[in-house]
Structures are given as structure tokens and as C-alpha cells.
Design a protein around this ligand. Sequence first.
Ligand code: SAM
Length: 231
Amino acid sequence: KISKRLETVASYLPKGAFFADIGSDHAYLPCYTCMRDSTANAIAGEVNEGPYNSALETVTSYQLLNAIEVRLGNGLHVLKEDEIEQLVIAGMGGSLITSILEDGKRKLNTVTRIIAQPNVDARTVRNWLVEQNFYISNEDIIEENGHIYEIIVADKKMNNVKIDLTDKQLLFGPVLLKKRTKVFYLKWQHEYDKLYRVVEQMKQATKPNKDKIQQFETELKWMKEVLIDET
Ligand code: SAM
């Protein structure tokens, strides 16, 4: 049994996946996937020795060493070229995810699907994905233990026709904006309240940063537009 968060991430891997899970920690996700699908293969990457050892331990205890290889190293550098077809990168901040992707771009030639679960700042990840010829094919937003998580599924585009997303779509997620689930409204009500307080604070400053305030006020307007539609 794994968390609903990781279960949701795993649900976007196809049968017979050949994937990497970067920042795998205990390697729960690859173990869960390879237990349920004997045709799946995974590489679990970890930059830190502690989690790397935990990953090895989990994989060994489930007797999955033939299906999962645990590698110690930074980001996508643990991968050889053209080695994987799907990439999972979950449980980190959006800017860390983005920098790992950018830093390891060369290893993405054969990757047709990226499943990302940024804890914060999903916008940065979406932006990078669309810039790199991926399109967002699905998204989920879930709540677990009082936390809200977003899962982004991006697939490689078969042509070079650029699909631009608006700033609003980048912020809320193009698919989440369509699905508009209860959790989605919960998240954005919370974000609205938070940002509103931030803007109020910024206005009190002796030298207010007008550009930043204006940007945040635009975002508050978008959030209001979205929230007003809740039925
Ligand atoms: N992916 C798991 C999940 O979603 O439950 C674990 C998330 S854990 C909070 C983040 C993990 O990423 C840590 O184990 C950390 O050591 C690892 N990590 C951070 N930066 C990394 C990098 N550049 N390359 C590989 N792993 C990294």
C-alpha cells in the first residue's frame, strides 16, 4: 500500500513501462509499479546516500532487483542516453524539478511521457514542459493528510507545432482548469487568501514594489474569476 499521491502518479505509467524515478527516496513508486506489472522496468535515481540505501533496501526486500536498478547520482545524470521511455519526478518543488529536467535534457530523447508532481510552483514545470515540445495531456489534483498535490502528465509532441498556453493556464493547469474539482477550488481559495495578505503587506512597505504588486493583483483577479464559477 502506498500513498494516494504516489498511486495517482503511478496510474499514469503504461503497462510495460521502462521508466526512471528521479529522487526516488524509498523507491516505493517503482516497487509498487513493478510488483503489479512484471513487464515493467525501472531505474530509481537518488542523489543522497541515505535515501539511496533505503531504496536499495526496499527493492531487495521485495525481490525486485531484476526489475529495478537503483543508482546513486544527481538528477538525470544517472541515466545513459536513450535508456528510458517515461520519467517520474515527484515530491519536490517545481523549481528543483525544472532545474533537474533542464540540466538533463540530453537524456530525454527517447522519453515520451513525463509525470511530474511538484509540491509547489507547478507553473514553472508546466512552462518548461511546453517550451520543450511536450504537451500537458492530463492533470490531477488530490488531497491527502491535509496537503494538496498536483500531478502533471506531459507527452512528447509528434510534430513541432507549438501549443502555447496562456499565463492563466500555466498557473492553474490547462486540464485542472477544465476539470474544476472540489479540491481545485479548495486550493485556489487558500492561495487567494494567502496572496491577498501578501499584497496587503507589500502595499504597506515604504517603497512598494509596484510591478510585483500589479502582477499579484492580476493573479488575484484570475483566481477570483476561477472561484466565482464554483457551483
Ligand atoms: N519521489 C519520492 C516521493 O514523491 O515520495 C520522494 C520525494 S523526497 C521528498 C525527494 C527526494 O529527492 C529526496 O530523497 C532527495 O534526496 C531527492 N533529490 C533531491 N534532489 C535530487 C537530485 N538532484 N537528484 C536526485 N535526487 C534528488
